[in-house]
Design a protein around this ligand. Structure first.
Ligand code: DX5
Ligand code: ZN
Length: 220
């Protein structure tokens, strides 16, 4: 796997009143993925966006959409997000849905499948799915809101997962999500993460700062 660190800005921290323009700007600023946080007011205590909004911004950029589903049930909505243009879809094993069935459904559409794990969930939950996963997302905050404080137990989890991925021999991306800033990013990279979600930090300071923010996160 290449050592290049990818930055996936979470549009949750963008200005929703001009979402299309924000997606264009963050893409031009060098985003590797666009992180789309989907919340249902049930699996997490917040509501965000659905497939129609994702579809409406799809033609604003060629950057892959990294869609993080914080929803339960999951399965009835997969087709909608695929049709809306998702390139990667991550789901939570903590939802009361059939994880394996959902991952296989995502893969059947030739979309990359990810498993997102909450701070209180053991990393070993990924083990049965290593053969199908394209990405593992370690939550470093409790999902639901942007702008929260990084939970440091994510570091050991990343280290364990990095080992597991390397042993598997498969090209599985290791993503970290929540509370990432200029101060703690090196610690998650050192622990093995190669995709960094950042909302507050990438969108800070307005559009003129997006490129700076992304480059600073990458350590340039
Ligand atoms: C939290 C979301 C995160 C969040 C990241 O539920 O999954 O993607 O938007 O935002 P920051 O970078 O502000 O913690
Ligand atoms: Zn997210």
């Amino acid at each position: 796997m290449s050592n290049k660190i990818k930055v996936s800005p979470s549009i949750l921290a963008s200005n929703f009143s001009m979402l299309g323009e924000e997606v264009e700007h963050i893409s031009k600023a060098g985003a590797d993925y666009i992180h789309v946080d989907v919340m249902d007011g049930h699996f997490v205590p917040n509501l965000t966006i659905g497939p129609d909004v994702v579809k409406s911004i799809r033609d604003k950029t060629a950057v892959p959409f990294d869609v993080h589903l914080m929803i339960d049930p999951i399965e009835p909505y997969i087709d909608g997000f695929v049709k809306a243009g998702a390139d990667i879809i991550s789901i939570h094993p903590e939802a009361n849905d059939d994880t394996e069935k959902c991952l296989n459904k995502i893969k059947s559409h030739n979309v990359k499948a990810g498993l997102a794990i909450n701070p209180d969930t053991d990393w070993e939950v990924v083990k049965p799915y290593m053969n199908v996963l394209d990405l593992i997302l370690v939550m470093s905050v409790h999902p639901g809101f942007g702008g929260q404080k990084f939970i440091s137990s994510a570091i050991d989890k990343l280290k364990s997962l990095r080992k597991e991925i390397d042993h598997s021999g498969r090209e599985i991306e290791l993503e970290v999500d929540g509370g990432i800033n200029f101060e703690n990013i090196q610690s998650v990279i050192d622990a093995g993460a190669n995709v960094i979600v950042a909302g507050t930090t990438t969108f800070k300071g307005g559009q003129s700062e997006y490129r700076n923010n992304i480059e600073k996160l990458r350590g340039h």
